[in-house]
Ligand binder design. Structure first.
Ligand SMILES: N[C@@H](CCC(=O)N[C@@H](CS)C(=O)NCC(=O)O)C(=O)O
Length: 291
């Protein structure tokens, strides 16, 4: 590992495979597939290829909310893509998302099937397909989209910036941690001031903007992301905490957070989801003490 204080960039950057960190094995400076593998396909119209990370659970929360509202067409198969094993670089996955990142979705109810990638695009696609969680009135719809697009930019600072250097980098360096802690706290303050005046992110309705932002800033405010609650004094953002608690308490959010999850309590993990009854089996497991 190079000492950051003593590092002088060379004239031309070259890829050193052994640059450390838990993602060193999968990170590459080139796109495209590394191996041939067809993706599995289940019985439902919507096929989701994902992992229970903040970007992944936005989509499963939305799907569970749609099902809770009675949209049977939102039934889905959720397949686990283990990004630490490089499964996002299979030929099948790259066909659905050329950017090789979860989440990716295939809507097989259209002819030909529609591929959808980028979590924000998937949320918008589902909201429009089912006419739900996105207001139709001009000002309200625009405000929901403002925050939806805000979060797609902002969360890169939280995940790829703060989270990477605070939690994942092999050594702790003050410069990037200071830079991203500053920005993340500023963004928390943006949200806090917004939520001082309204119940939900975009106004008085629960929308895809809440579902996109909750897994990042909501879980951060509840101390569930990067173990950084104390470091960032998240309790000071009282409106964000109040909002996050209300989203966290929703039953569809509880289910959505379980899907494709590989961390935490075994009873909170549903590695693959193919049927609503899959959740009940996990609950029974928990009651019987069998994990
Ligand atoms: N902007 C993308 C970001 C997706 C993303 O960064 N996914 C991560 C997991 S949270 C991933 O698949 N990483 C695998 C890799 O970088 O190879 C989205 O919102 O869908």
């Amino acid at each position: 590992m190079t000492d950051p204080a003593g590092y002088t960039p060379p004239k031309v950057w070259t890829w050193e495979r052994e640059n450390g960190g838990q993602f060193a094995r999968i990170n590459r400076p080139i796109a495209g597939a590394t191996h041939e593998k067809v993706l599995p396909v289940g019985k439902h119209p919507l096929q989701l290829y994902s992992l229970g990370t903040p970007n992944g659970i936005k989509v499963t929360i939305m799907l569970e909310e749609l099902l809770a509202l009675g949209h049977a067409g939102a039934e889905y198969d959720a397949w686990l893509i283990n990004i630490l094993e490089g499964e996002q670089f299979s030929s099948g996955f790259v066909e659905v998302n050329p950017n090789s990142k979860i989440p990716a979705m295939l809507d097989r109810s259209t002819e030909p099937p529609t591929r959808v990638f980028e979590s924000g695009s998937i949320l918008l696609y589902l909201a429009e397909k089912f006419g739900a969680f996105l207001p139709t009135e001009h000002h309200k719809r625009t405000e929901a989209l403002n925050w939806l697009f805000w979060h797609m930019g902002a969360t890169a600072d939280l995940g790829g910036g703060f989270g990477h250097f605070y939690a994942y980098a092999p050594e702790k360096w003050q410069y990037p941690i200071d830079r991203y802690a500053m920005e993340v706290k500023r963004q928390l303050d943006v949200l806090d001031r917004n939520l001082a005046e309204r119940e939900f992110i975009a106004g008085d309705e629960y929308t895809i903007a809440d579902m996109g932002i909750y897994p990042w800033y909501g879980e951060l405010a509840l101390g569930q992301l990067y173990d950084a609650g104390e470091f960032l004094s998240v309790h000071e953002y009282r409106n964000v905490v109040r909002w996050a608690e209300s989203i966290h308490a929703r039953e569809a959010v509880r289910r959505g957070r379980m899907v494709n999850r590989m961390r935490g309590e075994p009873s909170e993990q549903l590695r693959e989801r193919h049927d609503a009854s899959d959740f009940e089996l996990r609950t029974e497991d928990k009651l019987q003490g069998g994990e």
